[in-house]
Write a protein that binds this ligand. Structure first.
Ligand code: AGP
Length: 621
């Protein structure tokens, strides 16, 4: 989950690289570094612990010249976060420099072999082993750098997205990937490489998504450089590949904060139109129809499925839990929801007629990627719900549905979550209609209501000031409990996760009825209880749960349906959401919980967009 960026072309590389690192900081930010080949052919590396701003301060007094460079922002996996372990890393001769996102699992064996050859190491990282191996291969097999990279990567077990410079070849930048993302941007006499498109989008919309075990060699022409501009892509076994150029859907404005103090708040407020985007071309209210191409093209797989296994992590797992209710209610297919990290190792029973749904905003979560690779090997049909076009998980999947909510920069997932729930609800309805397990009346009601959801979310957002006031009252709490039932039990889990990950306050989500099986012993005036209690099938039950809490002097913050007259009388604080179909209530009830967590974190002065210890995309195990 590090961020890598590289440039080769007609312009000064350093400013482009630094700006690119800022765009990638959401992927990890415990140290950063840059390598540049200057006009005199010197290879300079500058590194600093901490965020990219630290690197900028450090490099301000240095020679940052050169039109070719690579840069890296790190989230430590091997070796603690410090300057020595920060990337880029020199080879022993200091002729090569490398940056890397991923994990070389057999680095210890490779390192021992290199040590036997007399190599020494400055850092504890697996990355330094890789650059030494490449140099060792180049020197001892008398091959060029590209071949040395191919041969070295053939020995590597693990995940990598790398970029390498050779000070003796300032006209060439080499990059490669397996299991970690890598995008090439194609400009006019200039090329970019990056972990995703955000550092590239302001320069070009022409990109190539590099596939696993591919090596890309970029050469540019210029008065100082001899070569014609050239993109060469091979596999690590030197099989020539034809570059497949795509057009980026991102715009730079999507990347800016748009006037909000944090990306997270921007993304919470984006939800009315991101859900509109997500449903565009899929939910046709005029025709009372939902059309999901991923379903239409694979109808039989879903109709014949004996079971659906949903595999995901974190917030995406919560979306999967909500999908379980909708798929079982409307498609009447048994559903199991698995944490990817457990599913991939517990030797699960996976059958050829299983449908496995992977949910991932980033499309790069290592555990979820591994989980579907396991399922694919066993013959299951893989369907992914992902937000990043061309990411690893959708590329491994048989089919899928992109959520199309634009880049989600805030580490805490918000707009991706509501889009995931929407996509999965659409899928449940499509299957149910085809199977006849959802009545036409039900189907029409929900399709029409889906069309109303963006406007209803906008109405919930109008309560932001009220929610801010509630946040101020409870920002000193040490613990929270979140409760919900049915479709809103996963919403309680999600609300608790939002609070935990950005405000660092401990919070737990529970099915409301579970309180009397132990947790009610925790109730006190000092621990707020958030209850998600919209009008739905179990409303009377949850009212009783609230009364049980009030009887023990607990403080209750309730999310209720507009016009609620019962909970409003017993809860201490009430936030109202518009009425909607029960299966769609999570799309509305989660909004106040996103805002509550956000405002508490802001009151506490937390780093909302880049919470401590977290990164946006967990591409390591
Ligand atoms: C969500 O707020 C968290 N940042 C985290 O739980 C996230 O949902 C999880 O890491 C899964 O990420 P993915 O959706 O990109 O696979």
């Amino acid at each position: 989950m590090c961020g890598i960026v590289g440039y080769i072309g007609k312009r000064k590389a350093y400013p482009i690289l630094i700006k690119g690192l800022h765009r990638l900081e959401y992927r990890g930010y415990d140290s950063a570094g840059v390598a540049l080949i200057n006009e005199q052919g010197q290879l300079n590396i500058y590194k600093a612990k901490g965020k990219v701003a630290e690197l900028e301060s450090f490099a301000a007094s240095k020679d940052t010249g050169g039109t070719i460079g690579i840069a890296h922002t790190r989230w430590a996996t091997h070796g603690e976060p410090n300057t020595v372990n920060a990337h880029p890393h020199y080879s022993e001769s200091e002729r090569l420099a490398i940056i890397h996102n991923g994990i070389i699992e057999n680095y210890a064996v490779l390192k021992a072999g290199l040590k036997e050859q007399g190599y020494t190491f400055k850092s504890d990282t697996d990355t330094e082993v890789l650059v030494q191996l490449i140099e060792y291969t180049e020197v001892n097999k008398h091959v060029d750098l590209k071949t040395a990279v191919q041969l070295a990567l053939q020995q590597v077990i693990g995940a990598y997205a790398i970029a390498i410079l050779d000070k003796d070849h300032p006209d060439t930048l080499i990059a490669a990937r397996k299991g970690s993302p890598l995008v090439v941007g194609i400009g006019q006499d200039e090329y970019f490489i990056a972990s995703d498109a955000t550092p590239i989008v302001e320069y070009t919309d022409k990109v190539i998504y590099i596939e696993d075990e591919e090596v890309v060699t970029l050469k540019v022409k210029g008065e100082r450089l001899k070569n014609e501009g050239d993109i060469d892509i091979t596999t690590i076994n030197n099989v020539q590949k034809t570059p497949e150029i795509k057009r980026l859907e991102l715009s730079l404005s999507q990347l800016e904060k748009g006037g909000y103090p944090h990306f997270m708040l921007k993304e919470i407020y984006e939800q009315p139109h991101t859900l509109t985007d997500s449903m565009r071309g899929r939910v046709n209210v005029q025709r009372d129809n939902i059309a999901l191409s991923g379903f239409i093209d694979n109808k039989e797989r879903f109709l014949n499925a004996k079971r659906i296994i949903i595999t995901a992590c974190g917030t995406s797992w919560h979306a999967g839990l909500i999908a379980m209710y909708a798929l079982e209610e409307y498609a009447q297919i048994p559903v199991e929801v698995e944490y990817s990290s457990e599913f991939r190792y517990r030797k699960p029973v996976i059958n050829k007629d299983d449908v496995v749904i992977a949910i991932s905003q980033s499309g790069e979560t290592a555990d979820t990627l591994a989980a579907i690779q396991l399922a694919k090997e066993k013959g299951a049909f893989i369907f992914s719900i992902c937000n990043v076009v061309g990411a690893s998980i959708p590329r491994v999947s048989d089919s899928g549905c992109y959520t199309h909510v634009g880049p989600e920069i805030g580490v805490a997932s918000t707009k991706a979550f509501t889009a995931q729930v929407t996509a999965l609800t659409m899928l449940a309805l499509c299957i149910g209609r085809e199977k006849g397990t959802v009545s036409e009346a039900q189907y029409l009601t929900i399709v029409r209501e889906l069309g109303q959801i963006p406007e209803k979310i906008a109405r919930v957002l109008e309560q932001n000031q009220r929610i801010t006031e509630v946040a101020k009252i409870f920002s000193h709490a040490q613990n929270f409990i979140y409760l919900g039932r049915g479709y809103n039990f996963p919403v309680a889990l999600e609300g608790a996760l939002k609070l935990k990950e950005i405000s660092y306050i401990h919070a737990e989500g529970y099915p409301a009825a579970e309180m009397k099986h132990g947790p009610i012993a925790l109730i006190s005036q000092e621990m707020p209880v958030v209850v998600v209690a919209p009008h739905c099938g179990t409303y009377e039950k949850i009212v009783s749960n609230i009364q049980e809490i009030k009887a023990r002097h607990g403080k209750v913050i309730a999310v209720v349906t507009e016009g609620d007259e019962l909970v409003s009388k017993i809860a201490d604080y009430v936030i109202e959401v518009p009425d909607t179909e029960e299966c769609l209530t999570p799309l509305l009830t989660v909004i106040p919980l996103q805002l509550l967590a956000y405002h508490i974190a802001v009151v506490k002065g937390c780093d909302v967009d880049q919470p401590r210890n977290l990164a946006k995309s967990v591409t390591v195990e």
